[in-house]
Ligand binder design. Structure first.
Ligand code: AKG
Ligand code: FE2
Length: 244
């Protein structure tokens, strides 16, 4: 099914790092085992309902998106969410990609997509502030419940497109991050996989969320950055960038 994608064990840091460098995306089946998937999914649902003070509901159409800083998570109440994207092997990968002064799994999102969810991330785009995204399915994801889609290798194109902006610490607008060559659309690959699968991707890759036509998709994801994120970045209008 995912024949065009590189698969690896998360412990195999070199294969993962090489895959990220060359393709911009690596799939790690079984990153969370069944028990961890179950506990994490249950805690995500609880987060949507209770939303503790350290978690923030985002505007997200019909589905749910709760954002939190990993450092703020109350691990006594939400141990599985706190642990899901905190593991050592993942940290080693992030360090290998961004160096020892990286910012590991800083911000975490729990997300639920349902039939009728409509968001801008369903359009082909790259993310404005480059990061490494760890995206874990907490449901089995097939063609009808909104698989993540991406164009392997397209991160190299974004790197070129954004080179000048980045040298000046400028992030593009949402519209700029959707200006991509038309032929990429034919090269988009859906990532269908079982619950517990980790999709690790360079956010420079051209990607979009799938549309849910039946069932739902539950997922948790984190953002890791290089040390460049500690600097002040600006929007194209000159105002400071504050988004994750
Ligand atoms: O929900 C998805 O499948 C992808 C969303 C997205 O654009 C992202 O995580 O950067
Ligand atoms: Fe995105």
């Amino acid at each position: 099914m995912n024949g065009k994608l590189i698969e690896s064990d998360i412990e195999d840091v070199e294969t993962v790092a090489k895959g990220l460098e060359e393709a911009g995306v690596v799939v790690v089946p079984g990153f969370l085992d069944r028990a961890a998937v179950h506990r994490t999914a249950e805690e995500c649902i609880r987060l949507f309902r209770q939303t503790p003070s350290w978690a923030h509901h985002e505007e997200y159409s019909l589905g749910q998106s709760v954002r939190m800083e990993r450092a703020d998570i109350d691990a006594s109440q939400f141990p599985a969410v706190a642990a899901a994207l905190s593991g050592e092997p993942l940290e080693r990968v992030v360090e290998r990609v961004f160096g020892p002064d990286c910012i590991f799994s800083r911000t975490v999102y729990a997300i639920q997509d349902v039939v009728g969810s409509r968001t801008r991330v369903q359009q082909l785009h790259y993310d404005k502030m480059r990061h490494l995204k760890a995206f874990v399915y907490l449901s089995d994801v097939g063609p009808s419940n909104g698989p993540f889609h991406c164009v392997p290798g397209s991160h190299l194109l974004t790197r070129e497109l954004e080179e000048e902006n980045r040298s000046r610490r400028i992030v593009p607008t949402d519209d700029d991050a959707r200006e991509l060559p038309e032929d990429l659309v034919d090269k988009v690959v859906p990532v269908t996989a079982e619950a517990g699968t980790l999709i690790l991707f360079d956010s420079d890759i051209a990607h979009h969320a799938g549309i849910v036509t039946s069932g739902e998709r539950l997922a948790i994801r984190s953002l890791s950055f290089g040390s460049y994120r500690r600097e002040q970045w600006y929007r194209t209008d000159g105002t400071p960038e504050i988004a994750p």
